[in-house]
Design a protein around this ligand. Structure first.
Ligand SMILES: *[C@@H]1O[C@H](CO)[C@@H](O)[C@H](O)[C@H]1NC(C)=O
Ligand SMILES: *[C@@H]1O[C@H](CO)[C@@H](O)[C@H](O)[C@H]1NC(C)=O
Ligand SMILES: *[C@@H]1O[C@H](CO)[C@@H](O)[C@H](O)[C@H]1NC(C)=O
Ligand SMILES: *[C@@H]1O[C@H](CO)[C@@H](O)[C@H](O)[C@H]1NC(C)=O
Length: 494
């Protein structure tokens, strides 16, 4: 039983109208997201003045979208020659001079018309926090010299300062989640939505002089000292964050050496299980106690001796030695506690471990999600290698670094397992990463985003949240209704 020509015409009309309604709806979705003008590009730069070195990060973003998440990207990194700025305590002007080469490089990268409007910052971390404790005059002079140098360049310089451990932890956490678009996500139809099941990552940062842990715990954060609250894109976040001064890699190893020589006859060689088997060197006794992290352990006698140390390359003993640098006893009787009596709720969710966590594990090829037993056994094998063989296997590696991978790797293990209390079950929730979205992970991006107000605390009009999903559902419902109507019409004519 066929349809007559009138019925065919009606059907064609109906199909055509359904198609045009669908097209109109799709167009209305897409239209509002269209980029109206070719956007200009803005630049910004941040010096990360760490304890052992300084890096300059240059960022760029399209001006018309500056309040959107995920649009700031890294243009360039410049590594400053020489040590961290805190090492210039006795010669502050040289701290300023050390930045010149990277500033010149930046001026070649940022086009002249973009320079005046480019916000520029210098943030100093734990190395300068320690210098500030040791000699405030010296740290002020260093900051003033680096400021003088940066001020000579035609950028919008907004100051050099020492950032607090809490800021360092918070900005690292913001950087990761901004780059992974955990706050807002660019979605179908060109709108910004908050991901429905917000996948927020925790941050694990390891520097030379301090280490930071930041995450959103399952439980209410009981100690306001370790809590940071902020509102991003209209949503409140409360994160746990703590920075341990003296527990960055270099200061931790200094503490380890202090423990190793404690109560020993220093005229005899001292065995260090964290250095490779067969490694031997002489260190000045005074060099062990020249930091605020170890000065309290200095013996009262004069520190004139040279100490001979010999590596034994034993991971198990190395971890036992490293565990003695943490004060776990202050946590006795406390339910949620890492060390030094510091409150820490149980770690939960996924984490990114970056900076020295990444560099150490990357050298050992341990960044591809290996399980904990594999990691432990790889570190054990590496440490047991003879120093001469090790040097032959890695002829390009700097000797002072090569010597310390065994110690650093074991330090990472004790910090994550014994201090922060990760375990075999949640070990694989940690990703060892250097970058996300082609941008280095660290505190600098979060710092710049916050200080330039590029993460508004209120959601802008263009940001849709749940209502966007309702909108999608409505479109779907309309299309479904029309299709059903059409089907019924066809059946009716039959
Ligand atoms: C970004 O946000 C700030 C403050 O919330 C506002 O002044 C500025 O106009 C916004 N910029 C754009 C491109 O939306
Ligand atoms: C602190 O640093 C300044 C500047 O380098 C130096 O002149 C002074 O002697 C130092 N003070 C101490 C106590 O080391
Ligand atoms: C890591 O892997 C590379 C390439 O396979 C290899 O050359 C290097 O020796 C490995 N490093 C270690 C510490 O095993
Ligand atoms: C960001 O800056 C604002 C001031 O502009 C400050 O109140 C807020 O605490 C900062 N956010 C973080 C995470 O430090």
């Amino acid at each position: 039983m066929g349809l007559d020509s009138k019925q065919v015409a009606l059907l064609v009309l109906l199909v055509a109208s359904v198609i045009s309604v669908v097209i109109a709806l799709i167009l209305s979705l897409v239209k509002s997201s269209e980029v109206p003008l070719p956007p200009g590009t803005k630049y910004g730069m941040v010096f990360d003045a760490g304890s052992s070195h300084t890096s300059l990060f240059i960022y760029q973003w399209p001006t018309d979208k500056e309040n959107n998440t995920g649009v700031v990207s890294q243009t360039h990194v410049c590594d400053v020659e020489g040590p961290g700025i805190s090492s210039y305590a006795n010669d502050p002007p040289s701290a300023g001079k050390s930045l010149v080469a990277c500033l010149e490089e930046a001026m070649n990268i940022i086009p002249p018309e973009g320079q005046r409007g480019a916000p520029a910052y210098l943030g100093a971390t734990a190395g300068m926090r320690l210098l500030d404790l040791k000699n405030k005059t010296a740290s002020d002079m260093v900051l003033s010299e680096v400021s003088k140098t940066i001020s000579r360049y035609p950028v919008d310089f907004r100051g050099a300062r020492i950032i607090s451990g809490k800021e360092e932890g918070s900005y690292g956490w913001i950087t990761i989640n901004y780059l992974l678009e955990s706050f807002m996500k660019y979605s179908f139809g060109g709108r910004w939505v908050r991901p429905v099941s917000s996948k927020i990552y925790g941050a694990l940062d390891l520097g030379g002089a301090s280490t930071q842990i930041s995450f959103i715990p399952k439980v209410e954060i009981a100690d306001p000292e370790q809590r940071a609250d902020f509102k991003l894109y209209g949503f409140p976040y409360s994160i746990y964050t703590h920075s341990f001064l003296c527990y960055g890699q270099n200061q931790a190893l200094k503490q380890m050496l202090v423990k190793a020589v404690e109560g020993k006859d220093l005229s005899q060689p001292i065995n260090i299980p964290c250095y490779p088997a067969g490694y031997k060197s002489t260190i000045a006794q005074a060099s062990l106690y020249n930091s605020p992290c170890t000065v309290k352990s200095a013996p009262s006698s004069s520190l004139v001796q040279d100490i001979t140390i010999t590596g034994t390359g034993n991971s198990t003993q190395c971890q036992d030695l490293l565990k003695t640098i943490y004060d776990f006893s202050s946590c006795t009787g406390k339910e949620f506690c890492s060390f030094e009596g510091i409150y820490q709720p149980p770690v939960v969710g996924k984490f990114f471990a970056f900076s020295a966590f990444f560099y150490t594990f990357d050298f050992l090829n341990l960044t591809s999600g290996q399980d904990l037993p594999t990691v432990k056994s790889r570190i054990q094998t590496f440490c047991a290698q003879d120093w001469t063989e090790l040097q032959a296997s890695f002829p390009k590696e700097r000797t002072d670094r090569l010597r310390e991978y065994c110690a650093n790797a074991n330090y990472v293990l004790t910090l994550l397992l014994d201090a922060y209390k990760f375990n075999e079950n949640n070990w694989n929730s940690i990703s060892f990463m250097k970058q996300a979205a082609d941008t280095d992970i660290g505190w600098t991006l979060g710092y710049m985003l916050n200080l330039t107000n590029m993460i508004p605390s209120e959601a802008s009009a263009s940001v849709r949240t749940q209502s966007y999903d309702v909108w999608i559902a409505a479109v779907f419902f309309i299309v479904l209704t029309l299709a059903l109507g059409l089907l019924m019409l066809v059946l009716y004519f039959r």
